[in-house]
Design a protein around this ligand. Structure first.
Ligand SMILES: [Zn+2]
Length: 140
């Protein structure tokens, strides 16, 4: 459905360039090794770690996810359903803890997706482009 969109790789745990290789080793965000990543895309060879500390900035993306979740649930639960604020806050904290692995993975995929242009198998490739695939990120 979104296959040609950058959102596809963010939502479906796929490489931001080819949308075929898995970004994280495990399929589920709620498994024991939820943060294990291969060094390169198993399908196109994209370097998932372009430089040391690359994913530090994904914390800001993660923060945006937490803020969006908090504001959205606040307006639904407190402002629309008129639930007491203390009850809302006591329910919010467990959801934030439970969503941490999901937001962690989505933030990393989002961060790398910002710097990598999708290059899908349906598009034509030239010899020059295929040599760029082996070198890692094509636009930083
Ligand atoms: Zn790939």
């Amino acid at each position: 459905m979104f296959y040609n969109s950058r959102f596809y790789s963010i939502i479906h745990n796929k490489c931001p360039r080819c949308h075929e290789g898995d970004f994280f080793v495990t399929k589920s965000a709620f498994s024991r090794h939820f943060d294990d990543m291969p060094d390169h895309c198993p399908h196109c060879g994209l370097n998932y770690m372009p430089e040391p500390g690359f994913y530090w900035a994904s914390m800001f993306v993660s923060y945006a996810f937490y803020a969006t979740w908090t504001l959205t649930t606040f307006f639904i639960v407190v402002a629309w359903l008129n639930v007491d604020l203390n009850h809302y806050l006591s329910g919010l904290i467990p959801t934030l803890i439970l969503l941490t692995p999901l937001f962690f993975r989505m933030a990393r995929r989002t961060w790398l997706t910002l710097f990598v242009k999708p290059h899908l198998a349906t598009a034509e490739r030239t010899e020059n482009e295929s040599s760029h695939r082996k070198s890692g990120v094509n636009s930083l």
